[in-house]
Design a protein. Structure first.
Length: 652
């Protein structure tokens, strides 16, 4: 069985547009303490702009229009060079400088009944923010703390929870301070943020000016009024998570300097470990025995962070110190009603939707983690699934009912995948299972019997692996779609972050990502090929197809040897309403392309002789001809004929 290729989408996109080496260089220079004065030239490079389009086009939010009513589809229809010229003009062409359009304010409901303000920039401003983010991120990553896990490459909630488990269980840091910054994204101080960006070595004054303009972009409220913000970075902007991490990075390093990376540890032997960390245990032991320093450790995910301490006394002093530090240094306030010190031996701490405490093992003095889905999150997920059950029960034995069951199943998988690292996940989700099953049973109960069945369509291999042994798997009569039992899930130990992983070094990438195993020179030629009439979507999808088809023809599976050999074929012709979407395109050899469109029998005979297609290859070619409404090519033993279909004639 061939080895499965490891792939991180963002890294693959960097390779497509040959930008990985640029980002690697920025990261390396930042590690060495360099300062950067000419970043705008890199931001406005053609490849960086095209990469930015690639990175945001599959984002669901890119289809949401801003105040100008445009979405990513409007950019997709433009030629690549026109997109590049437009971005450059917006940033440098206007005599007034960059002026982002108003950000559309939208209120997103929260589980507690309140709303979260979301800012939706216009699509061109989003594209510009993505261009900036791609260049700033490697510089910032070199300076960011290892204890920050939110909105960073290759890091996740699972890593933050794994770190929390370790501090509670292995380090016995059972006193946890829960902090909540009051309206963080709405209260970021602009002048402080600009100073922090400058301190990271980003000193391109043109870029600083543009970031200031982004921060000051007017906000259009639901009543049509415009507000000019004096502080804050609106949630919803592509650049906002990176800016938020820049703001709180200073907090991370200050907390670390108090204990984890205290200068005292430099006086004691340190041992490098296989996961990329350094063992400073000798220094910590000495600090506990001979100093009065307070032991504190931070785990942060975006603006949500927890501080872990050894004793209540340390926790109380640390709470006061951090609250004052945030106010004095970052000009941020803490929600006094939400801040609390938790002894996890008695009560659970709340973090990222989990309730976590520790308990003693039987016949042992050792404490182990005991975690649940938080009550608030459990109620929210239960309500959403119950509402979806009511929807598919309403449509039951129809095609729409089947679609709604599929949506329900996707919600179940999402909840299971996120919360499976809770030690009591199965018992927590069983509460939801009982509620949803009761609704299903009652609503599908009719005079002729209940519509719930134990048999339905054949399960896919993935479904068999995950739910095949469950006795609670049910189907709705008529749709035959399985309804996944949400409680049927085993707890998984959260995976700790491997600190050797880095997206900006070849060694760090190799752990999680394999380089393209294709002719990269030909890929770059394809990328740099200037098209006179193709859209940026067409341009970008050709690169994806070249990689997906492993640099080979879709029909013959022969490797492309030159740029001239590569033809991009529309399955449904553009003249017939076909689009430049990925699903409507294939890459084929130039002779194969001629054969796909050929109608003259002599021309067909010639290319059949040249290509010597096998039966399977001819079948694939005929499927493409069928899209075009052309006759099928049928090979007999000693002859060749066209099988003409009247339905195809009408289609053509």
């Amino acid at each position: 069985m061939p080895k499965k290729t490891k792939c991180i989408d963002s890294l693959r996109h960097n390779e497509y547009y040959n930008m990985q080496s640029v980002f690697d260089e920025l990261y390396n220079e930042s590690i060495q303490g360099s300062v950067f004065h000419e970043l705008m030239d890199k931001i406005l490079e053609e490849d960086n702009i095209l990469l930015a389009y690639r990175n945001i086009k599959t984002n669901g939010g890119s289809n949401t229009p801003g105040t100008d009513g445009l979405s990513i589809k409007d950019i997709a229809r433009m030629e690549p060079q026109k997109v590049v010229e437009k971005v450059r003009f917006i940033l440098r062409g206007s005599q007034h400088g960059y002026r982002p359009k108003a950000v559309r304010r939208k209120e997103i409901p929260k589980p507690n009944g309140k709303t979260r303000p979301l800012g939706i920039p216009c699509i061109w401003d989003r594209l510009i923010q993505q261009c900036i983010k791609q260049v700033m991120e490697p510089i910032c990553e070199a300076k960011f703390s290892e204890n920050s896990y939110g909105f960073r490459p290759n890091r996740s909630v699972e890593h933050a929870i794994a770190r929390s488990y370790r501090l509670l269980q292995m380090s016995n840091l059972h006193y946890v301070i829960e902090f909540d910054i009051k309206g963080f994204f709405d209260n970021v101080d602009h002048s402080k943020l600009i100073k922090q960006i400058w301190a990271l070595g980003i000193r391109d004054k043109e870029l600083i000016y543009i970031i200031k303009r982004i921060l000051k972009a007017p906000i259009k409220m639901s009543d049509g009024s415009l507000i000019s913000p004096e502080k804050g970075t609106p949630q919803g902007g592509i650049l906002s998570p990176l800016l938020a991490n820049i703001v709180l990075n200073e907090l991370d390093h200050w907390v670390e300097s108090q204990w984890q990376y205290s200068k005292v540890t430099d006086n004691y032997r340190q041992r490098p470990q296989s996961n990329g960390t350094v063992d400073r245990s000798h220094g910590y032991r000495a600090m506990r025995e001979s100093t009065k320093l307070k032991e504190m450790w931070i785990v942060r995910y975006a603006d949500d962070f927890r501080i872990f301490c050894k004793t209540r006394s340390d926790a109380e002093k640390t709470k006061i110190a951090i609250e004052k530090w945030l106010k004095d240094r970052l000009r941020l306030d803490i929600s006094s009603e939400k801040i609390r010190i938790v002894n996890t031996r008695q009560k659970p701490m709340e973090f990222l939707g989990f309730s976590i405490k520790v308990r003693k093992k039987k016949k042992d003095t050792k404490y182990v983690v005991d975690s649940h889905i938080s009550p608030k999150a459990l109620k929210d997920k239960s309500d959403k699934l119950a509402n979806q059950v009511k929807v598919f029960c309403k449509f039951k034995d129809s095609d729409q009912g089947a679609k709604e069951v599929v949506i329900y199943n996707s919600m179940v998988l999402g909840i299971q995948n996120y919360y499976r690292i809770a030690t009591n996940v199965a018992s927590d989700l069983n509460v939801i299972q009982q509620r949803t099953y009761r609704i299903m049973y009652n609503r599908l109960n009719t005079q002729s019997g209940n519509a719930l069945r134990k048999e339905g369509r054949k399960l896919t291999p993935l479904e068999v692996h995950r739910f095949g042994k469950s006795k609670s798997l049910r189907y709705i009569a008529g749709t035959r779609e399985p309804i996944y039992p949400i409680y049927y899930i085993q707890c998984k130990n959260p995976m700790a972050f491997n600190r050797r992983i880095c997206p900006y070094t070849s060694e760090g990438r190799a752990i999680v990502h394999d380089r393209l195993g294709i002719n990269c020179n030909l890929l770059y030629q394809l990328m740099n090929q200037k098209l006179t009439d193709g859209s940026i979507e067409f341009y970008d999808n050709r690169i994806s197809l070249y990689s997906a088809q492993q640099g080979k023809c879709y029909i013959t599976s022969k490797e492309f040897l030159s740029l001239e050999d590569i033809h991009c074929h529309h399955k449904i012709a553009k003249s017939k309403g076909g689009t430049d979407e990925y699903s409507n395109l294939v890459l084929v050899d130039k002779d194969v392309h001629k054969l796909i469109h050929a109608t003259d029998i002599e021309v067909i005979k010639y290319y059949i002789e040249v290509l010597k297609l096998k039966a399977k290859q001819l079948e694939k070619l005929n499927s493409l001809r069928q899209y075009l409404g052309l006759s099928m090519i049928v090979k007999k033993k000693k002859s060749l004929m066209l099988s003409y279909n009247e339905n195809m004639a009408s289609a053509s």
